[in-house]
Write a protein that binds this ligand. Structure first.
Ligand SMILES: [Zn+2]
Length: 133
């Protein structure tokens, strides 16, 4: 069994989308080649080159253009003034607040009082407890 996968063809004889049927051709006990024929009408193709393989436009993994670019949520300059990057941005499990305006804010809010955090420190979120192995 060498042909696990059916090969689709467009048969010129019957005009159908069909499958290529391969049968081994023997000379005595020596395999000398394959007979290739249309599974639908039995039309025999002379050789591999004359088989009208049905070309596939999209082969998974072959067309890299299909891979979408990673979405960019924020442009760089928009990031700059977001509350989440502000020194006054305070987050706790229940609410996000601006310590300057004393009000609730969203991480994606922008603010004219924006003041960048002095330096990137450890993530604001506490690390999840490590599972005990
Ligand atoms: Zn045919």
């Amino acid at each position: 069994m060498t042909n696990a996968k059916p090969v689709e063809i467009l048969c010129p004889a019957c005009g159908q989308e069909s499958l290529l049927k391969r049968t081994s051709r023997y000379d005595g006990f020596t395999r000398i080649g394959e007979n290739m024929s249309c599974a639908s009408c039995g039309h025999v193709f002379a050789d591999e080159a004359s088989v009208p393989f049905k070309t596939k436009k999209t082969l998974a993994g072959f067309d890299r253009k299909d891979v979408p670019a990673a979405p960019r949520v924020f442009r760089q300059n928009e990031n700059a003034r977001l509350c989440r990057y502000c020194e006054n941005y305070v987050v706790n499990p229940f609410v996000q607040r601006c310590s300057r305006l004393k009000k609730e804010v969203e991480a994606t809010d922008t603010c004219e009082h924006f003041k960048p955090k002095p330096e990137p420190t450890a993530p604001a979120k506490p690390a999840p407890p490590k599972p005990v192995l």
